[in-house]
Design a protein around this ligand. Structure first.
Ligand code: ADP
Ligand code: MG
Length: 598
């Protein structure tokens, strides 16, 4: 690392200066970033009372000379940039030379540091911005920074600190973001003597994800790996089975810096399309690596936003990378324009989508280029025999050896036979498809229902059912008579609020349908606003489709199988059912070639 210098006024003025010290977590962030910039491989964060009483960050990085230590605590003193041009190619976390002096101004700051080759460590203590102690001490190589008496000289700000639990939560959250940014660095957070978070620093991103979300949820993350020129997108995205109500857990890193971006969240949502359950958001940890010249981190006081010189390219690259990751896992979502209307809930999918399949996986050298990060779908912390997905064949290996469904390949397929009276075996180009017949049939029925086709067979009731309804229930039946008829329920008006039910879906024959019918009517009546009624109808359609669909353990004739496959591939999302479960598992012949060592 080059020596610390004071930036000249001209450069200093170009820096988007900001308040660095807002709360303990902002100090943790700044200190850990300094450790990472110093090349640390291990970083330990010690906290007392959520960081309000003590923050100590210890690293095994480069350390500082005595001279640099004195400079480090001055404003605009940095070893990371020198001239204004350097702002164009920033790869370090820091560059403003502000953090240490800002912290030293509002707290007591003690820094102890030793360079590996130096015999002794140097120590400096500041309070309220002035040096109150300096000396030579014995200490291991690296740097330890201790912050106490936070806001002692600004009591008004001290009052705004939240409870220990809240401040602790923010400190851990920031450390976790930095650990996701740098899976190659071992992190540890110790709070009041207890280890609350730690990572091994083996470079496996999925291990860090497991340390944060638990290993069960970590299994539900799909690897993302793609590139567009020298833009590399790597990381993980959750399968549709693991979702959250908010975007808070969509984490983006640009050149290893955590950033917020609603545009990138939008790209992720666009890739998922209707693979997601209503109102849910996928989780992701996505690294975007690009030439530093085409991204500006100097636009926000806490550097949590960046400006891309071509935001459109980044948006599209992320969207396609996620689409590819989903497709590799046998999940695909097609054109938004042809999506079933019942699933379209908001304006999220309004953007025209790029043609699928243009995206290429990274060349081997890109993986090298992707620096310290390895994305391995079968990383150690994950038990490959139960990855919980069902779409991988469970073979350990790299991304490129997974069985996968090519986005374009399965436009048509030939049914070959049936396995266990439950799965249809088909081939499509060089893909072998294993199709879950029940889910496939359910998907086909739903699609046909949403196209207003009458596909549900009706059974006339030998003894029609007389129904006395409340006025709102009667109104619901009246409003939805056609829809209910398509679903197999034939109602006939029999007075102001009485109806006769003449038929039910054949699939329900034999069940105790009376109660179910009344519940269905009640549900339809309950929803007054148009969108929620649409949802109630969609739910009803899904229930009927599930009942009416071909069951598992049902032998099928060759023609029936082919028909089902043809119908399935004609739907918008043949590979996944509305709950996000896979319908098709595929194995590619290329993968088999490799398996057989050809
Ligand atoms: P910046 O990170 O923007 O350069 P800081 O005020 O955070 O500014 O740090 C000032 C300088 O002190 C850094 O440029 C770096 O040279 C040095 N420094 C700070 N923390 C460490 C550390 N943990 N290890 C080695 N050097 C450090
Ligand atoms: Mg810094």
């Amino acid at each position: 690392m080059s020596r610390i210098q004071i930036l000249d006024e001209n450069v200093a003025n170009r820096i988007a200066a900001g308040e660095v010290v807002e709360r303990p977590a902002s100090i943790v962030k700044e200190l850990v970033e300094n450790s990472l910039d110093a090349g640390a491989k291990r970083v330990e964060v010690q906290l007392a009372a959520g960081g309000k009483d003590l923050i100590r960050v210890i690293d095994d990085g480069s350390g500082m000379s005595a001279e640099d230590l004195r400079l480090a605590v001055q404003r605009f003193a940095t070893s990371k940039i020198q001239a204004a041009e350097d702002l164009d190619t920033i790869l370090t976390m820091g560059f403003r030379g502000e953090a240490l002096p800002s912290i030293g101004a509002v707290a007591q700051l003690q820094i102890t540091t030793r360079q590996a080759d130096d015999a002794e460590a140097n120590s400096i203590m500041l309070r309220g911005g002035s040096i109150i102690e300096e000396g030579i001490v014995a200490a291991p190589g690296g740097t330890s920074v201790e912050v106490t008496k936070l806001f002692y000289n600004t009591p008004a700000r001290a009052k705004f600190l939240a409870t220990t639990a809240t401040e602790r939560g923010h400190c851990i959250e920031w450390t976790q973001r930095l650990a996701l940014a740098r899976p190659d660095v071992a992190f540890k957070v110790i709070h009041d003597g207890k280890v609350l978070f730690s990572t091994a620093g083996r470079g496996e991103l999925r291990e860090v994800i497991a340390a944060i979300y638990g290993s069960n949820d970590a299994r539900l993350f799909l690897p993302v790996e793609a590139r567009d020129g020298d833009l590399v997108i790597q990381g993980y995205v959750s399968s549709p089975r693991l979702t959250r109500a908010t975007r808070r857990t969509q984490l983006f890193f640009v050149n290893e810096r955590f950033i917020r971006s609603s545009s990138l969240s939008h790209a992720v949502m666009a890739a998922f399309g209707m693979l997601l359950p209503s109102g849910r958001q996928p989780l992701c940890v996505l690294h975007i690596l690009m030439r530093p010249e085409i991204v500006d981190p100097n636009v926000h006081p806490t550097k949590i936003e960046v400006r891309f010189s071509s935001p459109g390219q980044v948006h599209m690259a992320v969207q396609m990378a996620i689409e590819k990751a989903l497709a590799d896992a046998g999940l695909r979502s097609l054109e938004s324009s042809s999506r079933m209307s019942m699933q379209r809930r908001d304006g999220d999918f309004a953007r025209p989508r790029p043609a699928a399949g243009r995206w290429e996986g990274p060349a081997p050298d890109a993986t090298q280029k992707a620096k310290r990060l390895r994305v391995n779908p079968f990383a150690e912390s994950v038990d490959e025999h139960e990855d919980g997905l069902g779409v991988f064949a469970g073979q350990p290996g790299t991304t490129s050896t997974q069985p996968r469904l090519d986005v374009n390949a399965a436009e048509d397929a030939e049914a070959l036979g049936q396995l266990a009276n439950t799965y249809i075996i088909a081939k499509s180009g060089r893909d072998l498809l294993l199709v879950n017949q029940h889910r496939a049939s359910e998907r086909v029925l739903l699609q046909q229902l949403s196209n207003n086709e009458s596909v549900i067979t009706r059974q006339l009731l030998a003894v029609p059912l007389n129904l006395e309804l409340t006025p709102s229930e009667a109104a619901a039946v009246e409003n939805d008579t056609d829809e209910l008829f398509r679903l197999g329920f034939e109602f006939e008006k029999f007075g102001p609020s009485a109806y006769i039910l003449r038929s039910i879906p054949t699939a329900l024959v034999g069940d105790k349908y009376e109660q179910a019918v009344l519940e269905m009517i009640r549900e339809l009546a309950e929803w007054e606003s148009a969108p929620s009624r649409t949802r109630a109808r969609a739910k009803l359609a899904a229930t009927i489709a599930c009942h009416a669909a071909i069951k598992a353990n049902t032998p099928l004739l060759a023609g029936e199988m082919q028909q089902l496959i043809d119908d399935l591939l004609a739907t918008d999302t043949p590979a996944v059912c509305p709950h996000g479960d896979p319908i098709i598992v595929s194995i590619n012949a290329d993968w088999l070639d490799r398996k057989f060592g050809r």
